[in-house]
Design a protein around this ligand. Sequence first.
Ligand code: ATP
Length: 470
Amino acid sequence: VTSPSVDPDDVAPAVRELDTIVSLSKRRGFIYPSSEIYGGINAVWDYGPLGVELKSNVKRAWWRSMVQERDDIVGLDAGILMHPQVWVTSGHVGSFSDPLVECATDHRRFRLDELPGTEGLSVMELQDPGIVERLGLRCPVDGGPLSAPRRFNLMFKTFMGPVEEDAAVIYLRPETAQGSYVNFKNVLQSSRKKLPFGIAQIGKSFRNEISPGNFVFRMREFEQMEMQYFVRPEAEAAAAFETWLPARRAWYERYGVAPSRLRLREHAPDELAHYAKKAVDVEYRFPFGWKELEGVHNRGDFDLSRHSEASGEDLEYFDQTTGEHLIPWIVETAAGADRAAFTFLIDAYREEEVRGETRVSLALHPELAPYTVAVLPLLKKRPEIVELCHRIKADLQKHVMAVYDDTAAIGKLYRRQDEIGTPWCVTVDVESLEDGAVTVRDRDSMGQERVPVEGVTRLILDRLEASRAG
Ligand code: ATP
């Protein structure tokens, strides 16, 4: 279901048709439909050989800027399964739901707030049993009558232990954040951090989305990259919010996303989640419209007070300098690893005419590209050339992902690497055997230079380092 764009300041997406990215992903091994030989399973996707590299580079880049380069943030890896009370206390059992409507004729289900004609409706209006009739909404597929909205909880349930009974019901986490809250005291005591400090996590989350789609934009199983920043109440939280919001937007720009295709959107008061004091989304101009890429939330003291109350555990922070006891406030940055990787993939896509042919390239940031370098022989029939290629590749492989390919002529080999975003290619030719030099080709400028064999690894590592700094 797409609704017409009403943004006056709209910009063109980097790619017109989503299908361009979907088919490139399948063809080159970034992303495949899950369980495809059985017809697939809706809203679950598998990362292929290149996709797993891209996504892990995205996660590493996030970790680098959120944990490695900071003194005030530590990492955590909490379990996907948690005590079921966590989700009662957090409010997810009671209210982590979307308004669902069902078509009486084809039984398709839709999220009410995603149907054309519901733009701008408040949360209260979306719950109004008479809303469908009042607006005259019909099924967007076959025009059939739609039911009144009902709340549909998005958490996946399963059973812990051998007996499938109500008492054994547990949930697959729908967010990683709760793991950081329930470990607040553990982390505080073991890391001896002082406010303000943060806990960062990357991990799988699960949501039984009513209307998943748009490829990996909305999945039922996905990975989140979330950071909870614990601060002193109110003023410090407001200030931290104003620091984190531009920092998070800048992170996407640093890794290559065009600033014009990013914007910030603040949640209206009636759109705010039950816990939130303020929420702003970093949005990206996807081929299907402006959509959330990441959320920055001021959650107040909701989380720690509620968990403190429900668990009976004292989650207060004791400030040794002032002698004060306080419940920290939390500013959260909540991003998706899949959505971020998807965004980098879309925004890097380039098509241009080169000598009458269409050249497709992915201008991925070198740190995100699946392969940093490809080593290619100009003549695979010459064993000395192939042997030198393998020697160069083996040295590069100690540091970065490097690949060797000799299954086509050089022009085609370059095009293949361009299409998957490999920033540099090293080509060994007949002359290399005499002068001990090879050609290093740059993906974006297509410029070539001769470099002594012994200097290749250093050159690639220097360029990678320079791209990181720049
Ligand atoms: P929406 O309103 O679109 O359902 P949300 O506001 O509930 O999303 P958050 O709970 O703030 O999303 O989740 C934080 C981030 O996790 C999102 O910005 C997104 O990048 C990622 N994310 C959330 N749900 C999904 C999903 N179903 N598939 C992929 N990524 C997701």
